[in-house]
Write a protein that binds this ligand. Structure first.
Ligand code: GLN
Length: 476
């Protein structure tokens, strides 16, 4: 079925490269008894998994959907890929994305946009930047997929395509072999049709990796689990009032309210909370992410990394770099590099970069102030006092304020407009918190007379509460 769908849905452009069908078919030669033995309780054995094209694989190109890496083949597999393959999962292909992860609609790709089509002739945004991974799962071209989430790139496409997308706490999943966009925010994320599949993959990947300097050490991992008080059946659910913005689409607001009401009916308690820095979080993100990007992307110069521009004959001066980077990077990536280089420059750093870092701290502080569980990464959490805290266990809010726009709309939008889609996903990224998007379970009507589910509901938890977030999502 997966192979058939891969050929039926080629026009949706979810994949940059696919494994030869023969490789996949060869696996059907494994005898049933061998297979049964291998499978046991291993949920990923034999499962076809798609990998976002900014995660290195040695058998397929890793392009990050960029012209500058269009011919790049990594000499090694990323740790997350290796872990899955060691457990018998099958990589089926590399998925299309926004170049280097920069974008919210998977349209900024050297290989053309990803197209979500909910009825014949329609072309809407699949979300980004992991739009190819999300669409591949939604159209059953694979069982599950890996993406990356820097400011919402797994959660937003999951919402638009009606599937589940999980961004774990920063530092749990290895980034070794994942092409850096903004490394203090980048996380590997998982996309699947349901929470159980996503959790099965998470459990395989949630291990310490000595090759990633930001991988959480074993001692800290142990601290996250212990002491973990037994969870009560009734959760205290926070409703972030600051997420109820004017521009929230009425369909999204309706789904959110309905979900909250259901949770309340099931015996959970609801608590309005304030996260006042939400307003500034988006601006801070769009200063910090480009700043890190401008530094991370400096190595693509046609000498160390990246394919060199045509027609360079070794003439002296800056021609080699300028031409290579001018041709190799798309317009959105160039815009981010310029923005980042500016906000890091001597004249601007105090007013932009430093201010944005301060806002990032305030965003973390906001979250620490509302969660019952203190942040395990802070020894002295200013908000915990000896008096018993009355915080919440999780936050429930929409994943995105909007429904998927049509691709023609996206084309004419100014960039700021698409940055605004990230307003609800960016805060958890700035604070490194686990967050999942699950389909709202409610379908809305399309102009074609059909209906679909393009609203995601997001659950955000305290740092390290990944299992709680996944459990809550299963019951949502
Ligand atoms: N849309 C955001 C950006 O362009 C987030 C992307 C991501 O999470 N990779 O930066």
């Amino acid at each position: 079925t997966y192979l058939l769908n891969q050929s039926n849905y080629k026009h949706l452009n979810a994949f940059n490269s696919l494994v030869e069908p023969s490789v996949l078919l060869a696996r059907s030669g494994i005898s049933e008894s061998d297979r049964a033995e291998e499978i046991g309780s291993n949920d990923v054995y034999d499962k076809p998994i798609a990998i976002k094209d900014n995660i290195c694989t040695k058998d397929l190109k890793t392009t990050a959907s960029s012209g500058i890496l269009k011919d790049f083949v990594s000499p090694y597999d990323a740790t997350v890929v290796k872990l899955l393959q060691d457990d018998g999962a099958v990589v089926v292909g590399k998925t299309n994305m926004d170049e280097f992860g920069m974008g919210s609609h998977s349209t900024h790709s050297h290989f053309g946009p990803v197209k979500l089509q909910r009825y014949e002739g329609e072309e809407v945004s699949a979300g980004g930047s992991s739009g190819g991974s999300a669409l591949a799962v939604a159209t059953s071209q694979c069982w599950a997929a890996l993406g990356t989430d820097t400011g919402g790139s797994v959660r937003l496409p999951a919402a638009y395509t009606g599937i589940v997308g999980f961004k774990p706490s920063y530092g749990l999943l290895s980034r070794w072999g994942v092409i850096a966009y903004a490394n203090s925010l980048d996380t590997v994320g998982i996309l699947g049709k349901n929470v159980k599949d996503v959790e099965a993959i998470f459990d395989k990947l949630n291990v310490y990796d000595p090759q990633d300097p930001t991988s959480l050490p074993r001692s800290t991992r142990a601290r996250l689990l212990d002491p973990h008080p037994k969870r009560p059946d009734s959760l205290r659910i926070g409703i972030p009032l600051d997420y109820n913005i004017d521009t929230l689409h009425p369909t999204v607001r309706k789904s959110w309210i309905r979900r909250l009401r259901e949770l309340w009916n099931r015996g959970h308690t609801l608590h309005p909370v304030r996260l006042p820095t939400t307003q500034q979080a988006l601006s801070a993100y769009y200063v910090l992410a480009p700043a890190e990007a401008s530094s991370n992307l400096a190595k693509y110069d046609g000498v160390r990394f990246g394919s060199r521009a045509e027609g360079i004959d070794g003439a002296p001066g800056r021609v080699l770099f300028a031409k290579t980077r001018g041709q190799g990077f798309g317009p959105e990536v160039q815009r981010r590099i310029l923005l980042g280089a500016f906000s890091l420059s001597a004249q601007a750093i105090d007013n932009y970069f430093i201010q944005a870092q301060k806002i990032r701290r305030l965003v973390q502080h906001d979250f620490n102030g509302v969660f019952a569980r203190p942040n395990p990464l802070f020894d002295h959490d200013g908000t915990t006092s000896s008096k018993k805290r009355k915080g919440v266990d999780i936050l429930v809010c929409p994943t995105a304020p909007s429904l998927p726009p049509s691709l023609s709309e996206v084309e004419t939008q100014d960039p700021i407009h698409s940055y605004m889609n990230d307003v609800f996903t960016v805060p958890a990224s700035l604070a490194g918190l686990p967050a999942i998007s699950v389909p709202s379970g409610e379908s809305h009507d399309l102009p074609s007379g059909t209906s679909c589910n393009s609203v995601g509901i997001q659950i955000i938890g305290q740092y390290g509460d990944d299992k709680l977030v996944l459990d809550a999502a299963k019951n949502l």
